[in-house]
Design a protein around this ligand. Structure first.
Ligand code: UD1
Ligand code: MG
Length: 421
């Protein structure tokens, strides 16, 4: 973590000095409104995407009323979650600042903004609101004997465990290599409870060469599930460091996931297949809504930082929906920028090239522009290719690239449908 301070020995020393002085109420000197208000204009623009989404649900696809009702109840609960998150972030910001959980905005170093203590780990609010929405939603959808209930709750246990470990990382500043392993611990509830199939369909062009159409991977399938969770969480966490990027990439991918789910539900007649995609929607809608609330504070210039609490939480949520919805290949194509960033990062992650604590661009306080460094990240690669950019426009370019990767995935699926699987 960044130059973040916690209540340390200094603080206790200060307390002992005060022992002999007359006591005053111990309220810390923190203003009542420490952070800038949410950026409503951005949220309004993004919420316009709700129109094509509703069009798909109500008109384009013929979805059974029962299923449509569940999706809409979930959407309404998610919107409520959005408003609760917007309300709670300033409150939580005061509490984390009181505990000295803050970071300095590195890409503003040398300016006044670079000296402001930005509250960290606000992903904790998103994680808690998300879990409350997802837990309450069971009341509206599942019956007591539903098989889905087991996997749904195992998925929630993973997400909850991951949020906890993310928060632990933010507070304790866990060493980098231990960080890599945390998601494999958090994925255990799902790996243990998973009773679904462990088979994969061999792509049609390969089937004649291999001689089988379906392959049972057994325990290797579970290993794959665990590795996917490790990849999704860490790849979001290392594609970061620019205001709005951590949450922005999640918003783009989550939007692509819900559209993919609706398209699959609308185009299928298999109830089990539809249920798998509905399951994914029930978790991704609240993820999207609560993340938008966080984005309204984290967008440039960031009033709050999301912390590893958020990056791990978001990555794990998308991993479990990809696993239980059985569309992990599609998910990995949505994650194309993260895959590229991971490949660029490999020499530094493996220790072959020295890896500094922060692999961020160089900021010029005179011009306010960022220049790419030699650190192996997509952020630096973009800057080297496109030339110097402001932090905000760089983030927009990176998010547009994320959206292009998602569109590419839809086009690829369209052309490969029927031929590949
Ligand atoms: C990962 C990256 C690291 C990157 C960091 C930024 C790897 C191996 N690690 O580390 O290179 O610098 O994320 O999040 O690739 N910050 C900003 N502006 C932002 C967001 C974060 O300046 O928009 C800074 C703040 O000081 C904040 C800190 O980054 O306190 C958070 O870093 P943290 O999430 O703890 O870093 P890692 O996830 O360990
Ligand atoms: Mg991080």
């Amino acid at each position: 973590m960044a130059p973040r301070k916690r209540l340390s020995s200094d603080a206790s020393a200060e307390t002992s000095v005060k022992e002999n002085t007359p006591r005053k109420p111990q309220e810390p000197a923190i203003s009542e409104s420490p952070i800038a208000p949410p950026k409503w204009g951005l949220i309004f623009k993004l919420s316009l995407f709700l129109i094509p989404y509703l069009y798909l649900i109500f008109y384009h696809y013929n979805i059974e009323p029962e299923l449509r009702r569940s999706i809409l109840i979930n959407a309404v609960m998610s919107i409520a979650g959005f408003f609760v998150t917007v309300k709670m972030i300033p409150v939580a910001s005061r509490y984390v600042l009181r505990r000295n959980l803050f970071g300095y905005d590195i890409n503003k170093k040398g300016t006044d903004q670079g000296t402001v203590k930005v509250p960290e780990s606000l992903g904790i609010v998103v994680g808690i609101v998300f879990l409350v929405v997802a837990i309450l939603f069971q009341y509206f959808n599942f019956t007591a004997d539903s098989n889905w209930l087991v996997e749904y709750n195992a998925a929630l246990a993973c997400i909850c465990f991951m949020t906890l470990l993310g928060f632990v990382d933010d507070v304790l500043d866990v060493p980098w290599r231990v960080k890599l392993l945390l998601p494999s611990i958090a994925a255990l509830p799902l790996l243990m409870a998973y009773a679904g199939h462990t088979t994969i369909v061999i792509p049609k062009p390969l089937a004649p060469h291999i001689g089988i159409e379906i392959l049972d991977l057994g325990w290797i399938y579970k290993l794959y599930m665990g590795l996917l969770a490790v990849f999704c969480t860490n790849s979001i966490n290392i594609h970061a460091g620019i205001n709005g990027l951590e949450v922005g990439q999640t918003v783009v991918i989550a939007s692509a996931i819900v559209i993919h789910n609706i398209m699959q539900i609308g185009g299928s007649t298999d109830p089990e297949y539809k249920q798998a995609h509905a399951f994914s929607i029930y978790l991704v809608q609240p993820l999207l809504a609560t993340s938008l609330a966080l984005l309204s504070y984290n967008w440039y210039p960031s009033a709050v930082f999301v912390g590893d609490t958020y990056t791990y939480f978001a990555g794990m949520t998308m991993a479990v929906v990809g696993i239980l919805g059985h569309y992990s290949e599609t998910l990995l194509i949505f994650f194309l920028p993260q895959v590229l960033n991971f490949l660029l990062s490999l020499p530094q992650l493996s220790g072959y090239i020295p890896c500094p604590r922060h692999r961020l661009p160089r900021f010029d306080p005179q011009t306010g522009l960022l220049t790419g460094t030699n650190d192996g990240t997509l952020v630096n690669f973009f800057l080297r290719q496109l030339g110097r950019k402001s932090e905000k426009s760089l983030c927009i370019y990176l998010l547009l690239f994320q959206a292009v990767a998602c569109c590419f995935c839809f086009v690829l699926r369209y052309f490969l449908a029927g031929w590949y699987k």
